[in-house]
Design a protein around this ligand. Structure first.
Ligand SMILES: [Zn+2]
Length: 154
């Protein structure tokens, strides 16, 4: 995402609802813009499937104070263990890219009205455009070469 859009994710060291969940702050030109939470691995208490949801939309409050975005991506990828990371198949990568497209649609908006900020108030067919756009990069050899390696052999 940094190479494509010039945005930067910085991991945040905070305690979350599960030890395998993580949080990243999104910076643009060194300015904090939003926070993204990732909860990617399957566990017995979690609903199946994958989705992005918005916790907070970008807006101005009644005093004109800027409220920043937050969003989360939930997936059910294979659980990591003490001896192996979460091992993704290609269709898992496509899913993650798809949900990241939804998250970026939400997190990169600059609209100030809560009801139409980010993914709010967008028709479903239009909501799926950014997700499918980012998803398409999961089929690009140059993109896959950046991270798609066998965890043992490289
Ligand atoms: Zn979607």
């Amino acid at each position: 995402m940094h190479k494509l859009l010039g945005i930067e994710f910085r991991k945040v060291d905070i305690k979350l609802w599960d030890e395998k969940a993580s949080a990243y702050d999104l910076y643009i030109n060194n300015e904090l813009r939003s926070r993204l939470y990732l909860d990617l691995e399957a566990r017995s208490s979690k609903r199946g499937g994958a989705w992005m949801n918005n916790w907070q939309s970008h807006c101005l409050d009644e005093k004109g104070k800027e409220i920043l975005y937050s969003a989360y991506i939930v997936c059910n990828f294979p659980a990591s263990s003490d001896t192996a990371p979460s091992l993704l198949r290609h269709d898992d990568v496509v899913t993650l890219f798809h949900e990241m497209g939804h998250a970026l649609h939400h997190m990169l908006s600059t609209v100030n009205e809560n009801s139409v900020s980010g993914v709010n108030g967008v028709e479903w067919d239009a909501v799926e455009f950014p997700s499918q756009f980012v998803e398409s990069f999961a089929y690009e050899p140059q993109v896959l070469k950046l991270f798609a390696l066998h965890h043992n052999s490289g």
